[in-house]
Design a protein around this ligand. Structure first.
Ligand code: HEM
Length: 387
């Protein structure tokens, strides 16, 4: 009997010893005391970035927080942010890919989940020199303005419909539609919804893929932090493979449509599918990377924009004085005879301040996308280590 106990006890002691050694080996930033196995998971309050801000008040601007057995270092002032994102950029720009992120991104063949290295540098170059150039963004401006005008019309129609007069309106629904149509037109060069608001077959499939992706990604969240407990939460290999195949099938069908349209017309359009397909040879982009990049834009650009505007609207409603000042500025600069365009932004300083303040109060990605260290990096004064 005693012999039977020796093996598990030795294993646990070894594991505890190794964990302790890891924690003492480095001069880690201070932080709340972690519990064995779960670390600080049970101390983290629901609005995570507010909880970290509270801890920063007690422990300083650089803190250690343990998600299970994974160390997270959080910096919360601009000097440290500059050190982390600019000075040590190359050592701190890898990604921690959860098992689902690794599946979705084919192990970082896209941009969001790519580690720092030749692939990342190449794909960032494609984004800065080709996709997000002022020229391309300007030529895509009609899409954005068209979608915003359509939204204003649909809000107007909704509010003036008999029975809706004086009733509350679900702003999120309208913002969600603009974000959806904007991003699908930008990335896929397609509007899946017709002028009557009816979604076509590809659109329905697209939406189902987005929803299924969210469901699959969320299902593993807890198990990710305690690696040795993962056997209890096995990855649904079949479901991920099916999801990946479905996503590729739809994207390939859209890519083929665009390739055929280009052959017929002899010219490429400005949206990202055409851009990436015509740049494929120049930058040696694999099909996985093109599909990954297109879906990166969808996942990164849809909810972020809708959530930002929804919060800005909520803050305006909560602050009627500010709302009135925005309206006065719009009436003075734009007047009542025409619709505002993106070119007007530079003449609307108060509106710009309102947007920045709304994003400061309610950042849609307050903790950014965590970066992972690929080397032992020293930051801050007094020096702390990020292993
Ligand atoms: C209010 C709107 C948005 C916010 C707040 C936001 C915020 C962020 C943040 C915090 C990151 C992580 C940066 C990092 O890891 O250092 C990120 C990455 C990214 N975002 Fe956005 N984003 C917004 C809109 C968009 C849109 C509209 C697109 C595309 C059309 C987009 C595409 C991307 C991509 C591709 C990345 C990965 C960049 C990389 O890993 O180097 N985002 N975004």
């Amino acid at each position: 009997m005693a012999l039977l106990l020796i093996v598990p006890i030795s294993l646990v002691t070894l594991w505890l010893g190794y964990t302790l050694y890891q924690r003492l080996r480095f001069k880690l930033p201070p932080g709340p005391r972690p519990w064995p196995v779960v670390g600080n998971l049970y101390d983290i309050k629901p609005v995570r970035f507010r909880c970290f801000a509270e801890w920063a008040q007690s422990y300083g601007p650089i803190i250690s927080v343990w998600f299970g057995s994974t160390l997270n270092v959080i910096v919360s002032n601009s000097e440290l942010a500059k050190e982390v994102l600019k000075e040590h950029d190359q050592q701190l720009a890898d990604r921690h890919r959860s098992r689902s992120a690794a599946k979705f991104s084919r192990d970082g063949k896209d941009l969001i989940w790519a580690d720092y290295g030749p692939h990342y540098v190449k794909v960032r170059k494609v984004c800065t020199l080709e996709l997000f150039t002022p020229k391309r963004l300007e030529s895509l401006r009609p899409i954005r303005e068209d979608e915003v005008t359509t939204m204003v019309e649909s809000v107007y129609n909704h509010c003036t419909t008999t029975g809706n007069l004086g009733k509350a309106i679900l702003v999120r629904k309208h913002l969600g539609s603009v974000a959806f149509n904007n991003i699908t037109r930008l990335a896929f060069g397609k509007r899946f919804v017709n002028s009557e608001g009816v979604m076509d077959e590809q659109g329905v499939e697209f939406k189902a893929i987005v929803e299924n992706g969210l469901k699959l990604g969320a299902s593993l969240a807890m198990a990710e932090h305690i690696p040795w407990l993962r056997w209890m939460f096995p990855l649904e290999e079949g479901a991920f493979a099916k999801h990946g195949a479905r996503r590729d099938r739809l994207t390939r069908a859209i890519m083929t449509e665009h390739t055929e349209a280009r052959k017929k017309s002899g010219g490429a359009k400005q949206h990202f599918v055409d851009a990436l397909l015509t740049l494929q040879d120049k930058y040696d982009l694999s099909e996985d990377t093109i599909i990954g990049l297109l879906w990166d834009m969808i996942t990164a650009g849809m909810d972020t924009t809708a959530i930002s505007v929804e919060w800005a609207m909520a803050e305006l409603i909560r602050n009627p004085r500010v709302q009135q000042k925005v309206q006065e500025e719009l009436d003075r600069v734009i007047g009542l005879e025409r619709v505002m365009t993106e070119a007007d932004f530079s003449s609307l300083p108060y509106l710009q301040c309102v947007i920045k303040e709304a994003m400061r109060l309610h950042p849609p990605t307050p903790l950014m996308l965590p970066h992972r260290a690929n080397a032992n990096v020293k930051v801050g004064v007094p020096t702390r280590e990020v292993p």
